[in-house]
Design a protein around this ligand. Structure first.
Ligand SMILES: C[S@@+](CC[C@H](N)C(=O)[O-])C[C@H]1O[C@@H](n2cnc3c(N)ncnc32)[C@H](O)[C@@H]1O
Length: 410
């Protein structure tokens, strides 16, 4: 291993701790034997003292500690090169990327960032404030700010959603960029999650945010606009439109939770085209793949599995979401699939979290993903998948710009 790349990286990390230009650090590429997936570090204030928040990300849970910077440095020094093989450091003045291998690489790119917004002790600033007015107006809480009995599951869903959104945001290039954020929630329904996201960015991150909810039901869009106005969310609007017909301006964060069937694909496609850095989708029913599985697998190795309707349903969900994940990776996103809320609360409990990579994919990586997409489709007998079709059509249109403006997609 090239020790000098590692020691140069550690020296830069230490100096960013010392001169307080540190914004965040991610350690990745864990050793196969490690139960950890990632280590995420950022500055935080705990009871008025500057500390380093260290999130240990396991497969299904996060563990957070707030050691001193010197303890955090010792931790990184001990694990980098043994348990983790890559690191990405963001400071106010540079991005430093370390890849450890037979030929270690250190890449330093100048940057100009605002100081990291100091995260807070979660006890003091709740990511979802149970007393917030929007929760009262939407009847999640009562007039005293207590979660209504029948809304307990909804409140837990809102909290989990903001947790996942916050951790995707803090890992993304948006965090610490200081630029105003734009967020669109497609299929926003009653706006619980749209308003929770808006409130989180405004109140906790102190980030200027412009939010839009897109909803085909006019009554819900009207209700949400009224509540947003009552709550003083003056940069949040709800538009009555089908997702596929909404023309999305350039965007940072795309949310699509429980948008029915292929509306999830329409939303993901719109987010990709709008250049979103973060895509969060909790797919709903998977009607497109289900009949396709029946046809081809009737006599295949999965025949005895697919003859049970329940298993066929689950396979079509997994195959569809695994395909969506591959398609997003091909578009240059890192993708994580996690449980949204525990399965006992709802069957719709899968969340796809995609964050845009800094670098475009190499041609070999694209070819590898194309082969894996084709393989998965062949195995399940899937001939048509909406997101793939939209992306393929989109690439066609890019190749023939003369007609690009003339085609509309429904
Ligand atoms: C199950 S609700 C989920 C609402 C919200 N995202 C949540 O998770 O709390 C789905 C919402 O998406 C809307 N929706 C479904 N398909 C849509 C489409 N193609 N265009 C716009 N809205 C759509 C429905 O009207 C409904 O309000």
């Amino acid at each position: 291993m090239n020790d000098s790349a590692l020691s140069r990286f550690l020296a830069r990390l230490q100096s960013s701790f010392e001169d307080e230009t540190f914004v965040k650090l991610t350690l990745g590429h864990p050793a196969a034997a490690s139960p950890l997936r990632k280590l995420l570090l950022r500055p935080v204030t705990v009871r008025g003292e500057r500390r380093c928040c260290v999130v240990s990300r396991f497969l299904t849970r996060d563990e957070t500690k707030n050691p001193t910077f010197s303890e955090a440095f010792t931790l990184v020094e001990a694990r980098l090169g043994s348990e983790f093989q890559s690191a990405h450091l963001f400071t106010q003045t540079e991005d430093v990327q370390l890849e450890i291998g037979a030929k270690s690489r250190l890449r330093i790119v100048p940057a100009a960032r605002e100081p990291a917004p100091l995260g807070h002790d979660r006890e003091r600033v709740r990511w979802v404030d149970v007393q917030a007015r929007y929760l009262k107006e939407l009847e999640v809480t009562d007039t005293r700010g207590k979660v209504r009995e029948r809304m307990g599951a909804k409140f837990r869903q809102i909290e989990r959603f903001v947790d996942l959104l916050a951790s995707a945001y803090r890992e993304s290039r948006l965090f610490g960029s200081g630029k105003p954020l734009t967020l669109c929630d497609m299929g926003s329904g009653k706006g619980y999650l749209t308003m929770a996201a808006y409130d989180y960015f405004q109140r906790v991150e102190k980030a200027p945010i412009h939010g839009t909810g897109v909803e085909e039901r006019a009554d819900l869009a009207t209700l949400c606009n009224r509540v947003a106005q009552q709550c003083g969310f003056d940069q949040l609007q709800f538009v009555c439109s089908p997702i596929a017909k909404y023309s999305l301006p350039p965007l940072d964060i795309l949310v699509a939770l429980h948008a029915c069937n292929t509306a999830t694909d329409d939303a993901l496609f719109a987010g990709i085209r709008a250049g979103a850095q973060i895509l969060l989708a909790a797919p709903c029913c998977h009607k497109e793949a289900r009949p396709q599985l029946d046809r081809v697998q009737a006599a295949g190795p999965l025949a005895d599995l697919l003859r049970h309707g329940l298993f066929a349903e689950r396979q079509s969900e997994m195959a569809t979401d695994a395909l969506r994940a591959l398609l997003l990776e091909r578009e240059g996103y890192k993708v994580r699939i996690t449980e949204f809320v525990a399965a006992e609360h709802t069957a719709k409990n899968v969340m796809l979290i995609a964050t845009k990579r800094g670098e475009p994919l190499a041609a070999e990586a694209v070819a590898d993903l194309d082969a894996r997409i084709a393989h998965l489709k062949t195995f399940y007998g899937i001939q048509h998948q909406r997101l793939e079709q939209l992306l393929v059509d989109g690439r066609e249109l890019e190749r023939t710009p003369a007609v690009a403006g003339a085609v509309s997609r429904v």
